[in-house]
Design a binder for this molecule. Sequence first.
Ligand code: B12
Ligand code: SF4
Length: 430
Amino acid sequence: MNVLLLNPDALRGSDPAYPLGLAHIATAAMKAGHAAEGVDLFSENCPETAIFSTIESFQPDVVGLSVRNIDNQCMRAPIFYLETAKNLVHTVRKRFYGPIVVGGAGYSIFPREALDYLRADYGIQGEGERAFVMLLEALEANSKAFSFPGLTRRTADRVEWIPNVPLASLEGVWADRSLFPPLPYLDAGTRQFPVNIQTRRGCPMECIYCTNPWLEGKTMRFRGPEDVVLEIRSLSDNFGIARLTFVDSLFNHPTSYTETLVDAFLKARLELSWECTYNPRFHDPHLLSKMHDAGCVRVSIGNESGSNLSLTALKKGFEREHIERSVLDAKALGLETVCFLLIGAPGETKDTVLESVCFLDELNPSSVVVTLGIRLYPGLELSSIAAKEGMIDPRQSLLSPAFYLPRELEGWAESFFLDEVLPSHPNWTV
Ligand code: B12
Ligand code: SF4
């Protein structure tokens, strides 16, 4: 089948993220013998012309659209990206009369509601490598009744969804970048920009607000370190990429895998610099030092707070001392450190906010990213708390963004950070 894959450019102007999910899907489709073509609207000035001319020349049988983001998760200045994706489906329909399939992380949180909203024909919830190929096979066989894990289908009067089952192994999982070359994402001056890559999927942690364990599964699965090295080599050989960002939810867990991976980087003498997530609970000075030797230059320390009360409420699984050790050891190695404040844990008060601010002030990481209000998602513990406290209706779909912020902090938190914290902290952003 001829498969046309589209990356919507909902985020032009902000930090662009290379469409890694689409590169994975394209690889799987091509491996299964299908012909694939890509249109990346990030680098197209006239989306309609780019889409129409590719439909004309390539004559696709199926069009796939990636929906990475539903919204910007920002309570202060919300942006709803799904509207852009819906317009794109509408545009494609003007010239293409076959099935339109949507997938992606944002989409997967709301498989039914988002498919209905977008008016697309099929959705693939969760990992797409297996499920998308199964859908292509079913469509090619002109099969009328088919079903498999991950499939969402819109019929005249309802939307049917079968929950996906995570791949048992990541063997063979690979992101061929040829359909979506990363070059438009590089900074014009430096010719570099961290290009994303994934080495593992899954998170076993229980943070009460986070969708990652639902999206990727709670059981971690890993790519072979040699495969990861080959993919990195192909990025540097084909596109000159020397800066990477690992999108793994927990890059430093489990230590044994990360150490093997980093050893493989060292053995291969990869000339690159990279950044990754770093969870304080699994802090290991020996591993951190090896990561530094293997090219790590920046760690995003998923602390989210600096108050033990809030860390416990969010079920982060670590305390202030873990954060402190992680930040100080990373700084001692000369790594850039990014810390986070997620304001609005259940029970968060002005005191816990001040405690967090003082804590990070003392640690003085390279930068701090503050988020005011926590985006609520279906099925998560924080959403149940919000419903019990009367902040949301328990039947609310949450596709349209809703946020958790204790009433005591409403109004105060925003002016506190904007008027009092930011002016004296140029390396903090809200
Ligand atoms: C790493 C990450 C980041 C990094 C990105 C670094 C980088 N340069 O790539 C950083 C921290 C910078 C970031 C920023 C943002 N992120 Co983010 N991010 C993630 C995370 C953890 C992983 C994404 C990833 O790369 N996965 C690896 C790839 C291989 O998987 P994938 O894209 O999901 O693709 C698979 C499937 O989805 C599917 N698939 C994908 N596309 C398609 C298309 C079709 C047709 C089909 C059939 C299947 C399919 O198959 C793929 C292979 O299995 C996800 C959560 C998660 N666990 O998925 C959030 C997530 C995507 N981010 C989210 C958000 C909101 C954002 C921001 C808007 C936050 C902000 N306000 O700044 C920005 C947007 C950035 C941008 N330009 O798009 C939300 C989106 C939900 C929502 N409310 O919209 C998520 C889901 C996190 C969450 N809250 O639950 N993010
Ligand atoms: S916040 Fe990080 S550690 Fe917690 S569940 Fe999400 S991905 Fe896992």
